[in-house]
Design a protein around this ligand. Structure first.
Ligand code: FEO
Ligand code: CA
Ligand code: CA
Ligand code: CA
Length: 589
């Protein structure tokens, strides 16, 4: 197995120790600056409402401000610059106790509207100015996509009978995107975001169908939107549910372009999507769904990526690239090989007799189709990262405490630990090219603390140990950056006692060494990672400091656990952070 070029040690920073402090810590010689917190205006020329620390901003204000709970992010240089570009980031979900002035859950039309406006995606323009990264406001690129923004539907499930609703009889336009978790950047300059836990928003009532149960719909949604926005009442509008769970594509350079849900990539509780390119120029999109015992997918485009030209940008020239191709689901076999099983209507069990009328229905019911194909049920696949040099593909399997428990699937070679609290990173190399139908796989590492008594919680990390890998990034030097998301309920307790707050680490693949680079404030998750082309700025997101969800109306509420990023300001805020070396050098060297 190839670990990467055996070069001189490539991690040049001093490791930071595990932390329980309510602050962000970076190595000596580095500076971290809060750049874009929840509630700051994105810079729409027509509307730039200032952040109100009492959460008094209206739904209309929130729709012009950065949303809550920052997750995946990408940097798009303007004219190749490492000092000026666009940041595009996801707002995965909301903490209703912090979002509303009285700490109440949204049970009014205005409350639901504000909650919907705090979801989605932001585009902000950023520039290095006077020795610091700043938002450029107003900006003609600034944009908010929320749970109410029109999205086009494209690919085989667009217009499908199961996608038609009272509000959209053609089944071709959806209002909004939800629970956008990780994100990827395409070679043609667009942004791909997953729609992860979309089931939380729908209320299914007392008679849930087998399909609704398979997708995790509950009697009442975790977010009580259904009473104010009937789209989310699945007893009245059952098809709306099918219109979420897709990969969405956004062209950040064209603020007037309509974002699109790409149904050819399948419907799933998608964490995100990451693109590799075959030697003959076709796009291969890897994705997984972060849910216990769900799957890893790859889509292979039919056509090669088109170059920009004839008056079209690359994004415009590839407007239909992800609408034609073949989706596959992964099976990891015990002998270290694996197979990509095509999710194609009419092949194998994917027939009308088994409930799949056509390809559109295979894609709407990707989980059920994958069940029938015998794909491997994984330990919550989160981010993927592709090493362009070695052509290995890495995927974090964050944890699965139900693995091997009574009535639940047993351990297997790819998911080898019962009651898997710590997670692992699996990787594979395709046979032939990225479009190969077979692969060879192994584990980069099993996460955990070697000092734990329970063998399943120890892991085999060389260097600084950690739990619950989630975000991943390959930098241009081939260093694999790992971000963690241990749940607040377990952080710094029990088997996590020595691991500390969630963090970001670097892995030198030539030696396997893992070194801790950053620790986050209390009860946050570290997620989202992007570097400038010159690798001198690293942007990350600090998500949900102070979780679990809090209620400011209660003085003893858990939000008291964190006041990051403003110790004096009270309300904790998710935020994008820019990290640089004081000497302006390359991050990590
Ligand atoms: Fe939204 Fe799977 O983390
Ligand atoms: Ca995640
Ligand atoms: Ca996670
Ligand atoms: Ca999270």
């Amino acid at each position: 197995q190839r670990l990467g070029p055996a070069a001189a040690p490539r991690l040049g920073f001093e490791a930071v120790p595990p932390s329980r402090a309510d602050t962000l810590v970076v190595p000596p010689g580095y500076v971290a600056t809060v750049l874009a917190p929840w509630g700051d205006p994105v810079g729409l020329p027509a509307r730039m409402p200032a952040w109100r620390p009492d959460a008094g901003n209206s739904a209309e204000d929130q729709a012009a401000q950065l949303g809550m709970h920052h997750d995946g992010l990408q940097f798009y240089p303007l004219e190749g610059s490492s000092r000026h570009g666009l940041l595009v980031l996801n707002h995965e979900y909301t903490d209703e106790g912090l979002l509303h002035p009285l700490g109440t859950r949204p049970d009014s039309p205005q409350g639901v509207r504000k909650s919907q406006a705090a979801h989605g995606i932001s585009v902000v323009e950023v520039a290095w100015h006077d020795g610091a990264w700043q938002l450029v406001r107003p900006s003609r690129f600034a944009r908010r996509l929320t749970a109410r923004t029109p999205f086009g539907l494209a690919g085989p499930a667009a217009g499908h009978r199961l996608m038609r609703t009272a509000g959209d009889p053609q089944g071709r336009t959806v209002l909004g995107t939800l629970n956008n978790c990780a994100s990827g950047r395409t070679p043609w300059g667009t942004y791909l975001a997953g729609e992860e836990n979309f089931a939380f928003y729908f209320s299914g009532g007392d008679r849930l169908s087998a399909d609704q149960k398979r997708w995790g719909m509950a009697r009442q949604g975790f977010y009580p939107w259904a009473a104010q926005d009937a789209r989310f009442d699945a007893t009245r509008h059952p098809h709306e549910f099918h219109r979420f769970g897709w990969i969405v594509e956004v062209d950040p350079m064209d603020p007037a372009s309509m974002p699109v849900k790409r149904t050819a990539l399948g419907r799933a509780a998608h964490e995100g999507a990451w693109v590799a390119v075959t030697r003959d120029g076709r796009a291969v999109v890897y994705s997984g769904e972060d849910a216990r015992f769900e799957y890893i997918y790859k889509f292979v485009s039919r056509d090669p990526i088109a170059p920009a030209g004839r008056g079209l940008t690359a994004a415009q020239a590839n407007r239909e690239l992800l609408d034609h191709g073949t989706l596959h689901v992964a099976r990891f076999d015990a002998d270290g090989t694996g197979r990509w099983l095509p999710l194609v209507h009419g092949q194998g069990p994917l027939t009308a007799a088994n409930g799949f009328a056509d390809q559109g229905e295979v894609l709407i019911k990707t989980r059920q189709a994958s069940d029938l194909l015998g794909a491997t049920r994984m330990d919550r696949p989160e981010w993927l990262a592709i090493d362009p040099a070695s052509r290995w593909v890495y995927c974090t399997l964050t944890n699965n405490t139900q693995r091997g428990q009574p009535g639940r699937p047993d351990v297997d070679a790819a998911n080898p630990r019962a009651a898997n609290a710590m997670g692992q990173i699996i990787r594979w190399q395709e046979d032939g090219d990225f479009d190969g139908s077979t692969m060879r796989w192994n584990h980069l590492l099993l996460a955990g603390d070697p000092g734990n008594t329970r063998p399943e919680a120890r892991g085999d990390v060389r260097g600084d140990f950690f739990g619950c890998p989630d975000g991943l990034l390959f930098d241009d030097r081939g260093v694999l950056w790992i971000q963690t998301d241990a749940h607040a309920a377990q952080m710094n307790e029990g088997e996590f006692a020595r691991i500390g707050n969630n963090q970001m680490l670097a892995c030198d693949l030539s030696t396997g060494e893992v070194r801790r680079f950053l620790t986050g404030p209390v009860h946050c998750e570290i997620t989202g990672a992007a570097m400038t082309p010159d690798q001198t700025t690293l942007f990350i997101n600090v998500q949900h400091p102070g979780e679990p969800p809090s209620d400011v109306s209660r003085p003893d509420a858990p939000q008291q656990y964190s006041r990051w990023p403003d110790p004096a300001g009270g309300r904790p805020r998710s935020a994008t952070v820019a990290i640089r070396r004081q000497d302006g050098g390359v991050i990590g060297t």
